[in-house]
Design a protein around this ligand. Structure first.
Ligand code: 4AD
Ligand code: MG
Length: 461
């Protein structure tokens, strides 16, 4: 394995090296040709200087344009330019793959993110999407670091599931039935007993319910996997396929849950700031001005806390400026979530104790009989980044809730068993991984922080 360009850039002048990568730009004069080579290891590329008096191969150089894959050997020389400490004075150049000027779509100019989405197979070769990919990598690894350091066990929960974990009915069906000849029951409904699993199966919306079974044996667990939602919402923060991190802790109430969520987010932000210095400088300058300082301040400051009831009081004062005016009982929209974090709290805020009607069946009912021990972490620019709760650990109360919501307890027999055998207060939350990437990079559209977005009418590549 040859060294990557990020490493080469830190070497002493005088070192003989081989550099491999894709040409970003080419500038030529009569005597010299400059190539900027990038291999995705850093934002910065390595400047290759080709002395045309020594390197007399116009035919080869003519084929090397923006996008071409080349390897270049030579000696690192102290650079007179201010952009880099060293540059490579080329002795040999090997051309692997050309990228013709008239057809390669990523010529040196500013491209809109919308255009780049249409060429998602190439867009990672740009500064912005390359930096997103590196930050996403750091964040994934940091997720495991955080939980492993705190003794959480990583659990792989199923992707195909027969239960609707959120009870929201926004699931993709998984079937091998012949859509042209669907078996029917006498009442006209689909006979899923003839389907692959012998029953109706869906793509999971959350690994939480299965995660709870492991938490009630291993105490602290987390999942980190893909989840799917057939939400028909075409927004900048929703995907049909996204990654979610779901820790679940036994012997834990809402207070402990909130503390872990805050610690976890801050850990992720710190890791990115320390490991992706150059990329974060880039986002801070070109994507979301001052982002770096904001994140540093968030790390330093305790999150705000507010009950839903108090949050609604604040929102009602500003009802005139919302598309959807709020009253007690309304589900909070993005505009409300943003207002609470941006205007009222000026930073992340954890809102708790939502009305039971707007939250999932498994959340612990408060003594008031009206609200549940839910918590949403809301952040500026995005709104909800984390959703979680203390779980209802009392069998009868949980059964009552399910009956009220017309959920069939028979479908959840194993989940109810957790309340029959060794039940204990437990809590957890879900962090939308792409929302976390959005938050730390300042990227506005969630479709630009996942390699190949799946959303309404979008499943290319
Ligand atoms: O609030 P949600 O629906 O909570 C759950 O799924 C719980 N089972 C979590 C738990 O308690 N273990 O989703 C959790 C988070 C949201 O806060 C949001 O960040 C993200 O997942 N999310 C989405 N991200 C992208 N696209 C979507 N369609 C999303 N839906 C939720
Ligand atoms: Mg939620």
């Amino acid at each position: 394995m040859n060294a990557r360009i990020a490493q080469l850039l830190s070497l002493q002048a005088g070192t003989k090296v081989v550099a491999e990568g894709w040409v970003r730009t080419k500038r030529e004069s009569k005597t010299v040709c400059f190539l900027e080579l990038n291999d995705g290891s850093s934002l910065k590329g390595l400047q290759i200087v080709v002395d045309l008096a020594l390197f007399n191969n116009p035919e080869l150089l003519g084929k090397i344009n923006t996008g071409a894959a080349i390897a270049c050997s030579g000696v690192l020389v102290e650079s007179i330019g201010t952009n880099q400490a060293v540059e490579l004075h080329a002795e040999t150049i090997e051309l692997f793959g050309e990228a013709p000027v008239d057809t390669y779509p990523l010529q040196k100019k500013r491209h809109t993110l919308e255009f780049l989405r249409e060429i998602a197979h190439l867009r990672v070769r740009t500064n912005t999407i390359g930096a997103v990919a590196r930050v996403r990598n750091t964040l994934s690894f940091a997720v495991h670091e955080f939980f492993q350091e705190h003794g959480f066990v990583y659990v792989h929960t199923p992707i195909i599931s027969a239960s609707d974990a959120e009870g929201a009915g926004e699931q993709f069906l998984v079937t091998t039935l012949d859509l042209k000849d669907v078996p029917k029951l006498p009442d006209g409904s689909v006979d899923y007993s003839k389907d692959f699993f012998g029953k109706q199966a869906k793509l999971t919306v959350s690994g939480q319910l299965e995660g709870e079974t492991y938490a009630l044996a291993l105490k602290n667990i987390y999942t980190f996997g893909p989840t799917f939602r057939a939400e028909n919402s075409n927004t900048k923060r929703h995907l049909a396929e996204f990654w979610m991190i779901e820790p679940e802790m036994a012997f834990c109430t809402l207070e402990g849950n909130m503390a872990v969520a805050e610690q976890f987010l801050k850990f992720l932000f710190k890791r990115v700031l320390s490991r992706n210095t150059e990329d974060m400088e880039f986002f801070s300058q070109f994507v979301e001005k001052g982002l770096r300082n904001v994140l540093e301040q968030v790390i330093e400051t305790p999150f705000s806390h507010m009950t839903y009831t108090d949050a609604v009081k604040e929102l009602e004062k500003a009802n005139g400026q919302f598309d959807y005016p709020v009253h007690w009982g309304s589900d909070l929209q993005t505009e409300h979530e943003r207002y609470l974090s941006e205007t009222v709290c000026k930073g992340p805020v954890i809102v708790t104790d939502y009305p039971k009607e707007i939250k999932a069946f498994y959340m612990k009912l408060n003594d008031d009989g009206k609200t549940v021990r839910a918590m949403d972490v809301l952040v500026p620019r995005l709104g909800e980044i984390i959703g979680g709760s203390e779980r209802e650990s009392r069998l009868e109360v949980l059964q009552d809730r399910m009956n009220l919501l017309n959920l069939n307890p028979a479908d959840y027999w194993w989940y109810l068993d957790l309340r029959r055998f060794g039940s204990v207060p437990h809590a957890g939350f879900g962090l939308g991984f792409e929302r976390a990437v959005q938050y730390v990079t300042g990227m506005q559209n969630i479709r630009d922080v996942i390699p190949f977005p799946r959303a309404v009418k979008q499943a290319d590549f």
